[in-house]
Design a protein around this ligand. Sequence first.
Ligand SMILES: Nc1ncnc2c1ncn2[C@@H]1O[C@H](COP(=O)(O)OP(=O)(O)OP(=O)(O)O)[C@@H](O)[C@H]1O
Ligand SMILES: [Mg+2]
Length: 376
Amino acid sequence: MRFFGSKSENLVGLDVGSSAVKLVSLTGGRSGYQLRAVGSELLPSKSIVDGAIVKREEIAEAIRRIFQVQEVKSDRVSTSVSGHSVIVKKITLPVQTPEEVRESIQWEAEQYIPFDIADVYLDYHVVGPTEDGSQTNVILVAAKRDTIDDHSDVITLADKMPMIVDIDSFALHNVYETNYEPKDEEVAALLNIGASLMNVNIAQGQEMVFTRDIAMGGDYYTEYLQRDLGVSYEEAEEYKLGNAPEELQVSVSSVLQSVSEILVLEIQKTFDYFRTAAQFDEIQTIYICGGASRTEGLRDYLEETFQVAVEFLDPFKNIAGNGVALPEEGSRNGFAIAVGLALRSQGDGPGQGSASGGAGGLAGLVDKLKQMTGRS
Ligand SMILES: Nc1ncnc2c1ncn2[C@@H]1O[C@H](COP(=O)(O)OP(=O)(O)OP(=O)(O)O)[C@@H](O)[C@H]1O
Ligand SMILES: [Mg+2]
């Protein structure tokens, strides 16, 4: 469930990834969305390293440029972070009322977070009472202050206002939910495979039941091609996109395949872990998105390994084009996170929908989390 007040203003979704910045702006609300603008700008390599923003000015410049080129007037943005500085955990608290949850969450959280509690922003979402009614299931979110502040600052540097800092995996869930309207019994895995990182979600109906980030992505393919074929970064990147000289094509395919095997093994471990950690039905469909999901052979290899249908997630499936040119078919699913972020509106934030399921409304991290953790 998300909590779009139809009166509140849609935010501009801005996905600052390690290889590119992607922007999506939508109008409308739950009863129907229309596309207002969509665009992306590649970033110089190593702009973001291990989730930390390195080339601040270059990223800010790319943000300014997309707004200009796409003629986006609004400067109110929702953005997201992911990776090892973000923790999402389902926990059970030995309390019942919302007040008790609020009072106990801070110190209960400490045992689940491998960072100093003073260094994180905290948020939570009440899922509901446990079966016997004596305790409460809560989704706990903690994100390193440095990471959130870094992301907010680079957006401010580009003269935009970061209204919501979300988590990639929630944006991924929201884009899926809005476009595919899954039924209760449908179990799907969502994979957003970016340049440096992969978000793995499991959705049961409209609910997000599991999420994990894996620090691997498209960069892996490039690095292996560089190393195994002794070529430059630029050449490797080109080869990966299908532009290898003919005499190298067989070797390129074989390197791509071996990297796919490494990635898929990690995905398999994650699915296995999820199976032991949660009771759930078998995954029926795997939806893939993110630039690296288009790597030659990867989709087929996923299908072969898991023996379920693997589909490219179309983030614009349920969104009216409204005369705005959609990105070409092959690159559309790279905008999944940006669309997920553009579904957020200004009224969203923690505490707003804390009695219902789903992932939305969770992470209005910028204002609310600062308040919760006592930072002004
Ligand atoms: N057609 C393609 N085939 C293979 N790889 C591709 C293709 N198009 C893009 N990529 C790769 O996808 C990656 C970029 O994807 P994406 O834009 O989703 O990442 P990002 O959001 O910038 O990164 P991250 O989320 O990891 O910080 C790069 O590694 C790029 O080389
Ligand atoms: Mg990304």
